[in-house]
Each structure stands twice: as structure tokens, then as C-alpha cells.
Design a binder for this molecule. Sequence first.
Ligand code: ZN
Length: 1007
Amino acid sequence: MIRLVCSKLVLFVAVGSALAPHAWADGETPPGRDPKQPVDERYTEKIHKYTTEPVFTSPLVDYLPASNNVPTPQAVLGDIAGAPGILPYAEDVYRYMRLLEKATPRVKVYSIGKTEEGREMIAVAVSSEENLKNLEENRARLSKLADPRTIKLDDAEADKLVAEAVPIYYITGTIHSPETGAPTALMELAYRLAVDESPYIKEIRDGTITLITPVVEVDGRDRMVDVYKWHLAHPKQFYPWLVYWGKYVAHDNNRDAMGVTLKLTENVLNTYVNWKAQVLHDLHESVPYLYDNTIGDEPYNAWIDPILADEWQVIGWNNVSAMTKFGMPGVFAHGDFDTWSPGYLMFIAALHNGISRLYETFGNGGADTEERTLEPEEYARTWYRQNPPLPKVLWSQRDNNNYEETGLLTSLHFFTENRQRFLKNFYLKAKRSTMKPSEEGPAAYVLPGDDLRPGLQAEVLHALQRQAVEISRSRSAFTVTLPAKKAKEPAKGKDKREEKSEPPAPTTREFPAGSYIIRMDQPYSRIADALLDHQYWSPDDPQKTPYDDTGWTFGELFHVQVARVTDRRVLEVAMDRVTELHAPGGVKGEGALFAINNNAEPALAALRYKLKDAAIEAAEEPFESSGKKFNRGSFLVRNLSRADLDRAAAELGVQVTALSAPPAVKTHPVRAARIAFVHTWLSTQAEGWWRIALDKLAIPYDYMSTQAIAKTTDLRAKYDVILFPPVGYNAGVNAVVNGIPTAWGNPLPWKNTPETPNLVGKNDSTDDLRPGLGWEGVAHLQEFVARGGVLLTATDTSSLALSLGFADGISTQNPSKMKIVGSVVGTRLVDEASPIAYGYDEKVAAYCDNGPIFSLSSIAGQRGRRRLGAQMHARPTGRGSLDDPDFAVGRPEVAAPEEPKSEVWESPPVLAEQQRNGFRVIPPSLRPRVIFRYADAKDLLVSGLVEGGDEIAEHPAVVDAPSGKGHVVLFSINPVYRGETWGTYAMVLNTILNFDKLNAGRKDVAQ
Ligand SMILES: [Zn+2]
């Protein structure tokens, strides 16, 4: 209403002077400028000019205090923060922060590491001169609160420290590159915190150290600025979408806080932990206008301290309330975000005894001022959004910056006012984490010293180390008591007396010397507990749309043993802290032939590629030699000096046994296959996790787009294996083959130009993002397989390959009720003789996100049916009992021929009727070969949510389909995902190493 009658300038004055004293008349410090401090008039004028509605600002940010010596963001930007048309590169943001550092003792800039592409990440500390001078003393105090063992859990001592310590509030900006507003908001925020003499800001400056990483995804920021500059240079044209953010992943860079695979996660985590910060507050943009999603919705993560749940509410609601007092519409908390998964960047704080926070603000994906129209549900008033956003507005980047800064300043002020409470909570959460064994359990997790997969075990432990978790190793063998398993309920309908048995007794388990013990009496026990425990998401949970993965249990996904131990005697075991952690490797024994047991560890593939010239063979059967048992697929290495092998094996953590005599076992060569790695221009994220996995193992590949496949004739001459990892977004034939329509619009280049110097980086380029694989590309892939190549696909690219007719005898079904949302599921080994299965046991856990559901058929061109087991052939109504045959009256009984039976995952036997003139019957040797299948319905759920799992239970999970002279290997699970699924990597690597011998062990094929 007001805005109809008032000019903007008049209203700003009204908001600043009239509203504030009314709302803050109860002894709190009112927000707003100090009338004694001059205002930077020109800057302030522009703030007003670029703010599109008077209600989109607050008395905290509707002016800029002037300073004689400290430069404003204009010094670097050439205009004010949030000005239209201006999006600074990370280095410009850094340049400004370093100008601040030079100009005022209230700002210090720290380098916190590099990105994958070598760009710097920084953290900027802003506080009073006094606080920054005493940083180290303060850090010492915070360190004691962070690790209460150092003060013997003495609460009185903690109170003293709390009274003296200055807390740290860590803000991170622009992890999601198309969400562009945070860097300029944070530049201006740093200026305000350093310069403003108003009591409100001064209290923050004196009471808190604000730590700021203005750009988290630095590689992606520079690309985004390039795209925006290209857009400004070609204002009438469509601009390219941001197909790459960081080197490897896009939006998922904010889902890496479990595996800590990306540099940005590692750098933020280390900064958070080393500074002993109390809050990690991550800035995003999506929904209007400011959504504090940290309170979110249920289910809450089950491993956080409940004190944190309270802190979320307290801070979140205060934030909403403070901004509501300013009259700013569209500020809300709750909403549909659940806090179950600990994969988000800000969740680093939640499971390291701090407070995790996240804002979604509103942005235009660039610095244009644009008219924005909202969906009805976005502007609806709800119980948690009393003053909703407006249905249609003109929105500017300055509006965005006003909201971000106002939200952060009110949060910082509330946090500062209550700093003793939050510091005390910080201590209490650390103390309660340390007391976990006695207060809530478990006492420890144990990773046995005799695990078959020491390399994978080391990967789990490295992940925990990256999380700052302490790891110990037992000096001798020890035994713990395991709790009694719950007595099984007697089956329904059975007589209870018949089933009467002894109540289950507790059992014991012995662990060998050298077992790893993750003690739960340490300050960061909660993150270890969250990663190693199992998850259960009830299908009846009121939350029907999980925000992200529902299961992640690291022991399962890394295919190593992890024991949850509640017996507190485990803490008395003689043990040593381990800091250097490396799987043992090297050559033992005497002889000129070397054997390496295969336990499906990825390091074997790394070794194959590292030793390019060695002759390596795989045993097609298990064998015994020199008193040792070797699994199928074990390596036999010849023509290599012991010293060279020893060096490589030690480095990779591979154990080698020298044999005195060659074993009598059938072998085939294991070759370092030439790999092409295909990506689309639609999305590079899901495949990015595959790239990072191969890069970590130093397995080389040619990275090429679907467009390059379309242009490359004779792929088979250049490559042995083509990996086509998942695309994401359910990309089907139309999207992948046809790409984005080119019948209209302009080419969307992804290449380096004067306006876009950072776009390509170390990734791929194209003149136009739009064309897809094309039918030429399809033909090239088909020819590649026909001529003996191996095409490996997973999830949506498996469906794509089947839609394109790359393999016969296998089809996919759409689930009807099934809901498996990023869960850990059970799979079972079906064909242990297949090279794809080398080194695996019967049970393997895998990551699954709703399929696809594969079914086999023995008839070419026929879709396999989804089969639901025994109930398919229930007997009809008739005489007798369930197990009796029916009969027809008036004639002798005729026995029906025995129906051929087959398992759900198998190709159904060919019926006699189908054999008649059976030109469509696929010969057995050409039928798809199932390597792994999904577990039975009752064993399908390992961790997370499985609803309607019987639709996929027992169906094939990994299939090797012969095609021409080659193979299409199709995964329904995603074997390579977010650095969390190391246990299934070897399924892919085995396929690569044995590309020309995938039929090994196949009973129906002449070898
Ligand atoms: Zn985001």
C-alpha cells in the first residue's frame, strides 16, 4: 500500500527511522545506522536505485556507512554490490577482500586450499581489531571447548572458557554456481562489519568473529561469470547453460559432505574444524525470497545431538521474526526440506558439534533485473509463511543482496547476543559426543584387522580421517560381547508352544590384533556413527518426498566389514592412535611368478594400468599355491622384475605372493583396455563421479561427448571399452539422441572466447551444446559393439541402450509403486565364473535409485515380464486343497505336463509352443548373462527406503548381453556414485580389464 503513494527514497527513510524504534523498544539494540557516522551518499543512492521495491530492504542495508580509508566494493566492481550487469570473478572478490585487509585491522584473509583446477579458496575473518589480534589465544580456548577431554570434561572450566571465548560464525557463498548473488553480498557484508559504527553492527564485531568464504565453487563461479559475460555481449541471443560447474560435478558439489571427495568440501571442512567454528551457514538461491531451510521438515537426521534441533528452531525462527519486523515479505522457515541426509556441505557443522544453516534466497541466475512470476504454491500463505512472496515482481540482484545481508546480519546479531549460550552448547555437544559410549552407545565401531579387502578398508578409514575422526588400532586380539539378537516372533498362525526355544543368548566376537577401532568417546563421534551405522526410512513416514539419498552405510557401500560394538570393554583394549594409514602392499615369498589374490579391490585395476608392460593374466578358476588360496580372477604376473612390482604394489596397497611354480589353472590375459568415456552436453554431473573415481585410480581414458561419438568413425579401431555412465534427469532417447532442438534459436557454444576464457578448463568443448548423439552416433556405437567392443551403461543409459535395441533378450519395466530413493540394497552373485564378478562374494550391497527394472526373455523382440514369483500360477477354484490338482468331471484324470520353472532373474525356458518354427528363439549362448541380481524382497533393504521392493527383488542388477562380436554390460544399480560406492567399483573395472574375455566361464559358450 505504502509503495503506491511514496517514492522509494521517502519510504526508505520511513523504514529506517520509524519502524526500528517501535520494534526494538524493549531494551534490545535497534538495528539501523549511527546518525553520527556519515553515509556514503553516492553508494547509498545506488542502493535505493537498484532496489526494486521499498519492502525489499531493511534498515540494516539501506545505506552504506562512509569510511575515509576503507574502500567500498565499488573499488573493485566499478559499481555497488548487487548492481545490474555486474558479476565479479572469484579473483575480483579476493582482490577486494585483500584491499579490506590492507585498509583495516578488522579484516584478515586466509588461503584455505586450491580447487581441482588449481584456483585458490579463501576465508576472510572480520571482527574487532582486538579479536583478530588475539586469534590464537581464542583458538586455544575454542579448541578446549571443542575437545572437552582436554579439560577433563570439567564444566566449571568450560564456563570460564565460554565467558572468555569469542565464537566463530562461518558463512560460505556460491557453492552452486548459477546461484550468483552471494559474492557481492558478502563483499558488502565484510565492509559493513568492518566499518559500520552503529551499536548493532559494533556488537557483532566485538562479540563474534565472522568468517567468510565468499566463493566455494571457484571453478564453477568463473565459468558462470563467463557465461554471463557472453550473455551481456550477445544480449539478443540465448546463452549456454552451465554444463560444467567444477571439474567433476555440478549441483552435487553440495552432496559430498559424507565422502569428502571434492576439494571444496575438504577445504571448507578443514577450515570449519581448524577454526573450531560454531556455525556453518551456506548460501543458496532458488525459492523466493529467503527460505531458512535449516529447520526444515521431518525426518531429522537420527545421529545429531537433539540440542542442535533446538538451536535450529531458535535461530531460524528468530531470523524469520527479525525480518518480519522489517516488513520484508517472503521470509520463512520449515518448508519441505528434510534434514535426513548428512551429505550437504552445511551438515559438516551438524555432525561436528556446531550448527548447520542454509539459506535459499531468490536470484535470477546472473545480474539482470527481471520480471519474475511465481507459482501459486510459492506465493501461498502457509502456517510457516505468514507474509508470503508477491505473485509477480521485478527482481534485481540488489534485492537478493539486501535479503542475504539482512538475514545474515540479524542472525549474526542474535548469535552474538546469545553467544554464551551457543558456546556452552558447542561445549555440551562435544562433551555429549565424548560421552557417547556410556550415555547412548555404541562404544565403538571395529573394522577387523583380517578384512579380506584392506585397500577398501583403508578407503573407509581415509574418509573418516578427512572428517577429522580419530582412528586407533589394537595391539593384540580382543573379544567383545555382542548383544543378544531379538527373539524371532513365532510365525503367524503357528502354535506358540511348538516354536518354544531357548531365549537367545549374547554372543562374543573375537577381533585380531591390528583391528581398527573407531572410539565413540571422541568429540567427532557423531559423524563416524552417522556414516557407519545403518539407516531405516519407514515407507509409512509422513515425508513422502525424501530430499536426497535415504541410505549410505559406508561399510556396506565400501564392501568391508564394520562391527557396531556396544560392549564398553572395547575401549579398554590396548590400542594406538593411527595417523598414517596405508593398506599393506608388496611382494612376499620366493619365485619368479607372482600371484595377486582378487578380492574385487579397485587397486588391482590401478596396478594393471600402472604396469603397462607387464604380462598379467587372470585365473579363470580358483587355485591353491604356496599354501595359499587364490580366488577366481586372481592375477598372475610375469616378465616383471620383483623390485618394480614390489614398488608398485607397495604404493597401491596390493599384496603379492611370489610362486615357485606356475599353478595349473586356466588363464586369460588381463589387458589395459583403451577406454572412451562418453558424456552428453545435457548434464555432466552423474558421469563426473565416474571420472573422479577413474582419475583417483589413475586409469586413463579419452573423454568425449556424444557429438564426438557421432563424428568418430571406426570407434573399435581406437577403443576396447566405451563407458557411458548415467546422464541424470532421466534422459531418454529423444534427449540423448536428438539433443536440444536446433530448428530455432542460436548456437550455444561451450568454448573459450575473449568473453569466456574459463569455460573449457580441463574439460570438453563444443561449438554448440544443442546437438545430441544423433543417429550417426547411435550407428557408430552399434558398429563398435558389433565389432567386438564392450559398451558399459548404468541406470538411465542402460534404459537408453535397450530402447535403442543394443541388446536382445532384455527389457525394462517402469515401476508402479516401487520407491527406492538413493538406498543401499542387497544384491546376490548369480554367475561367479563371469569375469565381471571376479573377487566378489555372494552378497554385495549396492547403491540403487529406483532401478531400472530389468527382465529377461528368451524370445527376440519380446519384452520380459515382471514376475512376482509363486503367486503367478496360483491354482484355480476347484476341488480339493491348495496343493491338490483340480479335475474335470466325467473323464479320467489327465496329468498336466510339468511347467518348466525358472528364477525371476533368469531367461525363462523356451516353451514347447515357442519352439515351433522358433526363429525368434535366442540361442542359449547369445542370451544375456546375469552376473548379479537384486536380493529377495525380504533382504533387499540394507539401508534407507525400500517401498514396493518386490517389483525389483530378484530381478537382474548387472547383466552382460552379448551383441555381435562384442558385449553390452548393463547396470541397474549405479556402481560409481559420490565417492561412496567403492565396493562396487570393481564390477566396472573387471569389465574393463576382461573386455575381450567376458565369455570366460560361460557354460553355454564354446571357449
Ligand atoms: Zn543451491
